[in-house]
Design a protein. Structure first.
Length: 320
């Protein structure tokens, strides 16, 4: 098989969600509080379905289990990556994610390292990104005394920004921001602060995970280092944002025609954020447009992009 796998997103309603996934991408969302589109997902909490070809109708997790040859016979019990689009109509809860070992012992799944490409950001939007405590004891003390302004770091956000969020980092997407998130395939989140919001369905404050946050946070905070690179492939400008242990993330600014060789034995995940273009694989031509999400399996060694589009791509890292 040398054709792409197009995926049907799965939507999740969230207390902080809105209508941006419909307004920006035309998706048929379930409500006006839709927060997430799990676009390329094999996670049991929302596996995406294949839309085309001989595997049409299969869930991605089923395809991973039954046709590992499409993924370079990669090892691992689960498809390791998850691509989402998040629409933060309100601030998300301030969170920490565990590493693989802690998550395996306590949650029975992968840990979560993630990253964000900012699709949209309203003027004045901000992220919560890191903390100011110097020791774990100081971190715990500031949490228990609710010294949030003193503890939490914020950074301004603009369209086109990229942020890497390794496990152990305090973080939250702020109100008025839409991001494409590339992450390990995990749904484990430890909430340390939720702005004292009440869940309308239950009438109660949402559950916090203070001890887990204290256990898993990196102290002191260290700004992640990115291995940023840029180059041109014909009429396509490529920006590598990060290439780390669990995934690499890159941007393809298509403004013409570019021919790509895949020579590392790794499949690619592609999400069209804007515009439209033609994807050529051998003699086959596929029209891809804003809102499409697809996988190029390892059975594809070359492909061509032609048109005008903005695509965010990823591939598994060596530890995925």
């Amino acid at each position: 098989m040398a054709e792409p796998l197009f995926l049907e997103p799965v939507f999740h309603e969230k207390i902080w969600g809105g209508t941006g996934l419909r307004d920006e991408f035309g998706y048929d969302i379930p409500s006006d509080h839709t927060g997430e589109a799990w676009a390329i997902s094999a996670h049991p909490h929302g596996p995406a379905s294949i839309k085309n070809g001989p595997y049409q109708g299969m869930k991605l997790n089923e395809l991973w289990d039954q046709h590992r040859e499409l993924f370079g016979n990669a090892k691992g019990d689960v498809f390791p990556l998850l691509t989402k689009i998040l629409d933060a109509n309100q601030d998300l809860s301030v969170q920490v994610h565990p590493d693989n070992e802690y998550a395996r012992i306590h949650e029975g799944e992968l840990g979560k390292t993630e990253s964000w490409y900012v699709i949209k950001a309203k003027p004045g939007a901000k992220l919560y990104y890191g903390h100011n405590a110097q020791t774990r004891e100081e971190f715990a003390d500031m949490i228990h005394h609710k010294e949030w302004k003193k503890l939490l770091r914020t950074v301004p956000v603009h369209e086109g920004d990229f942020f890497y969020v390794p496990h152990g980092m305090v973080h939250a997407v702020g109100a008025g921001i839409m991001v494409l998130e590339t992450q390990q395939s995990s749904d484990t989140t430890y909430r340390m602060y939720d702005f004292d919001r009440v869940d309308k369905k239950t009438g109660k404050l949402r559950q916090l995970h203070l001890q887990q946050s204290i256990d898993t946070v990196e102290v002191p905070f260290k700004m992640p280092k990115l291995n940023h690179k840029e180059w041109d492939v014909g009429g396509v400008h490529v920006t590598q944002f990060v290439m780390a242990e669990y995934f690499g993330v890159f941007k393809l600014d298509v403004a013409g025609c570019g021919d790509f060789a895949i020579d590392d034995g790794k499949y690619r995940l592609l999400s069209v954020i804007d515009g439209e273009c033609k994807l050529k694989i051998g003699d086959q031509v596929y029209d891809i447009k804003k809102g499409d999400h697809l996988i190029l399996p390892t059975t594809i060694s070359r492909y061509t992009l032609e048109g005008k589009a903005l695509i965010i791509g990823s591939k598994p890292g060596d530890e995925a």
